[in-house]
Design a protein. Structure first.
Length: 725
């Protein structure tokens, strides 16, 4: 006889039956017990729903769908819920009463700006910074008319972009506050409340080996693993009080030499409680445990190039001292290292658009099992050879891996399920560098999948050669949260070392490549291959470069020499190209083009053999919608694209996007400037930004802020956002 398991609703129903029926049901095969199991399952579902109804009365335990209804009790007004950082209004609903008790104050406006945008914020009432004769019974010492030449703090804030913490007095501005995206006019007045927002967020890189300077003197190093100058950022302090107004340590800002020198104890050292240090250097001997270099020998100094010094750096330190220049990301040691010594650095770089290496977080796309780990720059090939059928080689640190590897994937077992990919990935929070001395080759069997996740790859391209003997079976390559360095690698100044060389070469006409949240250099793909680009950047280092192209029929079907990495003149067509919410810098030549919410930035140089900057062979297929296309492009049907073909030339030129920077490695790399026309900033299908910044939902964040300002701003005041970064 089959009876319901104990401690279930069906078991309780079973015990309520008279014993005679339970005995007869056992003799009949347990039909009645099975029926009670069905009733019991539904009773358990009903009991769970009743328990959840009780939990839904409290904001701390309410289901996500019920949170706005709880907020409706206190008059909470919903905002755009598409922004990932503020998708749940639970915290704001819980603090609504506390916010309204402080309604109209700078502290609550600052906290609301942080809550509804997800960006760190700073707010002040500008009437306190307007130059005026002060009443002697109510003096304001913080509103000094001018700063002394020795007041480093005040002068530093004046020179910072945005001047969010500039406390000096200023003359009143007559211009409206909303006109300040270009200049600092219109900021100071009796009724003005500027709201400063920090859009660039720091990406923490832990225990990454310092890159030696090409001078090879054993004393000069750079923080950037690629050996380029890079601006370091501070890690913001955690605020715990609503009434607390943000101070410089509470926001992520680019570090300067003077600021770091004046606040060395809070900038350098290990993390402690609320104060998160921004820089720490650790000396490692052999493979032993790293030891932190003490603050006593650390000095912050200007290490810029000496004019006419043949590449020499300024301010050579005394013996034993260590000089750090956070504005250039350089380190100079007073004494050279031994042969078995190296220095690991923990630091933060700014990243306005969170794509590429270093952005993988726990809870992202799951990695296949079994998993094997690699660390400390050890060999990856041995672990990959053990994962040919399925599995993940997980790199758990941010070390440097100077080696060449081949990823082999076998045909998956049909009975093993869908999770049969071979994956080379970085752990969440890690940013390992693969310094390739030869191309990373993909030796893929039919119907197999290879995943590259969270890696920084330089030195050579990722290559899938044509299959020998050829077949018609599909092969899938997934590049996720990865950077294939544009230009193969970078010079010490941050320029691309080889801008005309490809970062990804696909020579199998039946391959499918999916690029997600990544940064890659130029792509070479033969006709027949399919390239899907989602929330990513393809950078040919200039608008006149070649971003996506094919190979002509006379070219070899395998990559054998450095010359095969060249993209050529871009006149051969690649396969089918699907682009979603991405930014492409350089020309495109493909068979079919589908694009949505994207920026295609290309231009033709003089005597250029390419017929058009964006050229699709088949115009009867494919559609380009809600995207920016350069003039003269040949594509399929267009829908709500910019500029429109019938616009006058002056309107077309005024509709071009503007960027904070177009050089890979800069903190504002390919982020749309706030001066970009609304046709681009609000031109996506959801009134968001076109291009890779679409996933940031910046216009929706600003709309959320305006909704809250209408509710919480005191009558008669004028407030608007100012981007500090």
């Amino acid at each position: 006889m089959t009876e319901p398991e104990a401690a279930t609703a069906a078991a309780h129903l079973w015990q309520l039956l008279p014993a005679v029926y339970r005995l007869r049901d056992g003799e009949a095969g347990g039909v009645l017990a099975e029926l009670l199991d069905v009733f019991g399952d539904q009773l358990e579902v009903l009991a769970e729903e009743l328990a959840q109804l009780y939990d839904d009365q409290f904001v701390e335990t309410a289901a996500p769908w019920a949170t706005p209804y709880v907020g409706g009790v206190v008059g909470y007004r919903p905002i755009h819920g598409v922004v990932p950082e503020v998708v749940s209004p639970r915290a704001e609903v819980a603090n609504t009463v506390a916010y309204r008790r402080r309604k109209g104050t700078a502290a609550v406006i600052e906290q609301l700006a942080r809550d509804v945008t997800g960006w760190p914020a700073r707010v002040y009432e500008s009437f306190e910074r307007v130059a005026t004769t002060q009443y002697l019974n109510h003096t304001r010492p913080h509103a000094a008319a001018s700063a002394g030449l020795r007041e480093h703090e005040a002068l530093h804030h004046v020179m910072q972009q945005g001047a969010a913490f500039d406390d000096l007095a200023h003359t009143a501005h007559a211009r409206p506050l909303a006109s300040t995206w270009r200049e600092r006019r219109g900021r100071y007045g009796i009724v003005k409340v500027p709201i400063f927002l920090w859009r660039t967020q720091p990406v923490l890189i832990e225990r990454s080996p310092l890159a030696p300077d090409p001078s090879a003197d054993g004393r000069r190093f750079r923080f950037d693993p690629l050996g380029a100058d890079v601006r370091l950022f501070s890690q913001p302090r955690i605020e715990t009080d609503i009434a607390h107004l943000a101070e410089p340590p509470d926001v992520p800002q680019p570090l300067t030499v003077r600021w770091a020198a004046d606040h060395a104890p809070s900038v350098y050292g290990p993390t402690m409680s609320r104060a998160r240090r921004s820089i720490i250097l650790e000396r490692q001997t052999g493979g032993g445990e790293p030891e932190a270099i003490p603050l006593a020998v650390i000095r912050f100094a200007d290490l810029s190039d000496v004019p006419g010094g043949g590449g020499a750096w300024a301010h050579e330190p005394a013996a034993g001292d260590v000089h750090i220049d956070p504005s250039l990301g350089r380190v100079w040691f007073g004494e050279p290292f031994g042969a078995d010594e190296r220095v690991l650095a923990t630091f933060s770089i700014g990243m306005a658009v969170p794509v590429g290496a270093g952005n993988r977080r726990r809870g992202d796309d799951p990695l296949p099992f079994p998993r094997r780990t690699a660390s400390a720059g050890g060999s990856l090939q041995a672990e990959l050879d053990l994962s040919q059928e399925a599995g993940t080689v997980l790199i758990v640190d941010s070390d440097r891996y100077p080696q060449s590897v081949t990823i082999t994937s076998l045909t998956p077992d049909p009975t093993a399920g869908d999770d049969t990919a071979v994956c080379l990935a970085a752990d969440a929070g890690a940013r390992p560098l693969l310094e390739l001395s030869s191309p990373l080759r993909l030796d893929m069997a039919a119907k197999s999948t290879v995943v590259l996740d969270g890696l920084l790859i330089s030195g050579a391209p990722v290559v899938l050669d044509e299959i020998d003997p050829p077949d018609r079976e599909p092969r899938t390559i997934v590049i996720r949260d990865t950077t294939l360095v544009p230009g193969i690698t970078r010079t010490t100044t941050g320029a691309p070392a080889s801008p005309t060389r490809a970062s990804l070469i696909v020579l199998d006409p039946f391959a499918c490549v999916r690029i997600e949240r990544s940064v890659v250099g130029p792509i070479i793909a033969v006709e027949g291959a399919t390239i899907e680009i989602v929330d990513s950047i393809v950078d040919a280092s200039s608008r006149t470069g070649v971003a996506v192209t094919g190979r002509d029929g006379t070219s070899p079907r395998t990559v054998s020499a450095v010359a095969d990495w060249e993209t050529g003149d871009g006149t051969a067509a690649a396969g089918d190209l699907d682009i979603v919410a991405s930014t492409i810098v350089g020309s495109i030549r493909c068979i079919r083009l589908d694009a949505s919410n994207s920026l295609l930035l290309a231009a033709l140089a003089e005597d250029d053999p390419r017929p058009r900057p964006v050229h699709a062979e088949r115009t009867q297929q494919g559609c380009v919608r809600y995207s920016f296309l350069p003039d003269g492009s040949r594509t399929g049907r267009r829908f709500h694209c910019a500029p429109r073909p019938d616009d006058p030339l002056a309107v077309q030129r005024a509709s071009r996007p503007r960027f904070g920077s177009m050089r890979y490695g800069d903190h504002d790399y390919l982020r749309l400037h706030e001066g970009t026309p609304d046709r681009i900033r609000l031109g996506a299908d959801d009134e968001g930004e076109m291009g890779v910044t679409h996933r940031l939902y910046a216009p929706q964040r600003e709309t959320n802020l305006r909704i809250r300002l209408d509710e919480y701003l005191r009558f008669g005041l004028a407030a608007d956002r100012i981007f500090a970064t």
